[in-house]
Structure formats: C-alpha cells, structure tokens
Design a binder for this molecule. Structure first.
Ligand code: HEC
Ligand code: HEC
Length: 166
C-alpha cells in the first residue's frame, strides 16, 4: 500500500516537473490544437531562456516590428529558432510585451512593475487616479520597491495612460 502510494506520488511529481520544464502543452499530447499564444510562450521558454533569464524581455515593451528586430538580433547572437517559429514568437511578444506609451514613469513601470507579474496585469486595469492610488498602495503592501519619489511619477503616468475607458 505504502509503496504504491509513494510510486503514485513520484509519478505525479515527475509529471509536474515535466510540465514545468517543457510547458504543459507537451503533456496534453501531440496532435492537439495548441493555441498560438501557448506556442509562442513555449518557443520563448525553449529558445530565449538558455543564455539569460527572461528579465531582459520583461523590461522591454515594443510592437511587432520592434520585437521582429530584437528576434533577428538574438538569432545573430545564437538563438535557435525555426523559420516558422519567428512570426509566432513575434506576435506573442507583441501581445504579452507590447508597447507602453512614452513619458515620465514608463521606465519605472518597466523596471518595478514587472518584478512580480507581467504588464498585462497593469494594462488590463483602467481606472482614475484614485483607483490607481489604491492599486499602488496594495502593491506597496505586496512589497513593490517603489520609492517615495517614484510613487507620484508612476501614479501620474498610470492615471494619464490607463484611465477609465469612456
Ligand atoms: C545564444 C545566447 C542567447 C539566446 C539564445 C538569446 N539571447 Fe538575448 N541576449 C544574449 C546576449 C549575450 C545579450 C546581451 C547581454 C545581456 O544583456 O545579457 C542578450 C540580450 C537580450 C536583450 C536585451 C536587449 C539587448 O539587445 O541587449 C533582449 C530583449 C533579449 N536578449 C531577448 C532575447 C530573445 C527574445 C531571445 C529568444 C529569441 C533571446 N534573447 C535569446 C544572448 C542570447
Ligand atoms: C512585490 C510584488 C509586486 C510588484 C513589484 C508589483 N505588484 Fe502588482 N500585484 C502583485 C500581486 C501579488 C498581485 C495580485 C493581488 C491579488 O490578486 O489580490 C498584483 C496585482 C496587480 C494588479 C491587479 C489588481 C487587481 O485588482 O486585479 C495591478 C493592476 C497591479 N498589480 C499593478 C502593479 C503596478 C502598476 C506595479 C508597479 C508599480 C506593480 N503591480 C508591482 C504583486 C506585485
């Protein structure tokens, strides 16, 4: 009894390990229709995280053209990508790490707000200065390293660019 229980546990553990290393879609089995977004993320994890971690990507925000240039430059640096993977990765990056409006506060958002989650979380929220003030308070409670000088700059940036949708 004990042994089969332990075996079951370790099989599960291995499955989890495989899912973490290779991405869950592989476990789902070949032949299934893997959504493009998941394919893009898998290509990113396989091709872009071997020389450095994903941090240099997290702190970049650019459109599809910008990402196409970055990918081309990284291929020159030695990144391995199949030709058909390039547009999938480009489109994924343009969506998950798309451009942010320019202005004071942008660099802080890129450097600080990507430390615990991606910018999709930030983009999805549309609210006024008061709402953003509450969010930033919550982020400070989570441990966001926002300095006293940076806080009002970020607040203004978010309220100006991610205000309520009219
Ligand atoms: C063969 C190694 C290698 C692979 C694979 C690789 N990179 Fe890089 N990357 C580098 C090096 C070297 C640098 C510059 C030094 C640094 O910042 O660590 C860099 C820097 C970057 C930067 C910072 C901007 C810059 O130009 O300095 C970005 C963004 C980036 N890589 C994206 C990617 C993406 C996207 C992929 C996958 C397509 C990728 N990298 C795969 C080696 C690699
Ligand atoms: C220290 C980690 C950390 C940092 C840094 C951080 N956040 Fe968060 N953020 C979180 C956590 C954890 C959640 C999820 C909270 C929850 O779901 O209750 C979150 C959620 C959010 C949400 C969604 C809130 C909601 O109600 O769904 C927004 C918007 C957000 N963060 C914005 C930001 C901005 C803007 C910054 C940069 C100033 C930032 N975060 C930096 C940890 C962080």
């Amino acid at each position: 009894m004990l042994l089969s229980g332990a075996r079951w546990m370790s099989a599960r553990r291995i499955a989890t390990f495989v899912a973490v290393i290779f991405g869950a879609p592989l476990l789902a089995g070949a032949g299934g229709q893997e959504p493009q977004a998941e394919r893009g993320e898998r290509i990113l994890n396989l091709s872009c995280a071997s020389c450095h971690d994903l941090r240099p990507i997290d702190v970049r925000a650019q459109d599809a053209d910008g990402w196409a240039k970055t990918i081309a430059a990284e291929i020159k640096r030695g990144a391995k990508l199949e030709p058909e993977e390039i547009p999938i990765l480009r489109d994924y990056l343009a969506k998950a790490h798309g451009p942010l409006p320019d202005g004071p506060g942008k660099e802080i958002v890129l450097n600080i707000c990507t430390q615990c989650h991606d910018l999709q979380r930030v983009r999805r929220q549309r609210t006024n200065a008061e709402g953003w003030g509450e969010t930033l308070d919550a982020m400070l409670n989570e441990g966001a390293p926002l300095s006293e000088q940076d806080l009002p700059v970020v607040l203004r940036y978010l309220a100006r660019n991610f205000g309520p949708i009219r």
